[in-house]
Design a protein around this ligand. Structure first.
Ligand SMILES: Nc1ncnc2c1ncn2[C@@H]1O[C@H](COP(=O)(O)OP(=O)(O)OP(=O)(O)O)[C@@H](O)[C@H]1O
Length: 256
């Protein structure tokens, strides 16, 4: 179990864009924390500071008591699973191979290169594929032959291959319809709870955030403008964070 602490964290990209402007909050171990905000608010950047894909330019990000830096990152990355908006699967590889690929960070380089997975990894992948609700018949199917919802199930299984303490899910349901979005978020939350993982999940749908989050963080212009339980996140807050981008759109469109 690991917590994540943002301590006045800043990210200025080399072109001068300030994507995170002094963010401070702590995600306790085991929490399902949803990050909301309009496009460009800094959600992806926030998530990516946790596994070092975006380098902080000020403040600190502390994971499980250790600051994220060049020294801690190699080991830390093995404790972090990622779920992507577009699933991030190898299209022509099988479901089983895609899930086993989640073990690559813990494998010797030559093994990863040759794609040689030990029986233990194969068993683990099978168990995870079953846990995310995919039938055995799917094991050998090509990833790109699956529906979007099934592909994201594969993405979730892969993310749990190394028993991560943390899951970073960057808009995991943005490419799915509302029914599948709920199924996938249900699955992600259940798996994270059962396995004791802390989740930082960016979403743009307010209704989903309200239903699935233990806690909502809303970002605007790289700053935290809301931090609290879903029940406290009211329509006023939703209007406020989406006001800029959706000034011309009815609020209901965002809340629907
Ligand atoms: N590599 C980069 N170089 C320069 N600016 C960047 C880079 N990545 C992101 N940005 C900028 O930083 C700001 C925050 O971007 P970020 O992707 O974190 O936001 P977001 O809330 O995840 O948006 P979206 O929902 O569209 O993915 C935006 O202004 C974006 O244009």
């Amino acid at each position: 179990m690991m917590d994540i602490r943002f301590d006045n964290s800043m990210v200025h990209y080399p072109d001068g864009t300030c994507a995170l402007d002094g963010v401070s909050f702590t995600v306790p171990a085991g929490q399902f924390c949803v990050v909301l905000g309009h496009s460009g608010a800094g959600k992806s950047t926030l998530l990516r500071t946790v596994n070092g894909l975006s380098a902080i330019t000020g403040g600190r990000v502390v994971v499980g008591g250790k600051p994220v830096d060049r020294k801690t990152l190699p080991l830390l990355r093995r404790r972090i699973g990622m779920v992507h908006q577009h699933y991030g699967l190898t299209a022509r590889a099988s479901v089983a191979t895609n899930v086993m690929a989640g073990a690559v960070p813990a494998m010797p380089f030559w093994r990863a290169l040759s794609g040689f997975y030990t029986p233990a990894w194969q068993d683990k992948a099978c168990a995870l594929i079953a846990a995310v609700g995919l039938e055995e018949a799917h094991l050998a199917r090509r990833a790109d032959r699956l529906s979007g919802g099934q592909q994201q199930r594969v993405g979730i299984a892969r993310a749990f291959m190394l028993d991560p303490a943390i899951i970073l899910a960057d808009e995991p349901v943005a490419s799915l319809d509302p029914r599948l979005s709920r199924e996938v978020l249900d699955l992600l939350r259940t798996q994270a709870r059962e396995r004791g993982a802390t989740v930082l999940c960016s979403l743009h749908q307010v209704d989903l955030a309200r239903d699935y989050a233990d806690r909502i963080i809303a970002l605007q212009g790289g700053r935290v403008v809301f931090d609290g339980p879903p029940a406290m996140f009211d329509d006023y807050d939703a209007r406020r964070i989406y006001a800029k981008q959706d000034a011309a759109a009815p609020v209901q469109a965002v809340l629907a």
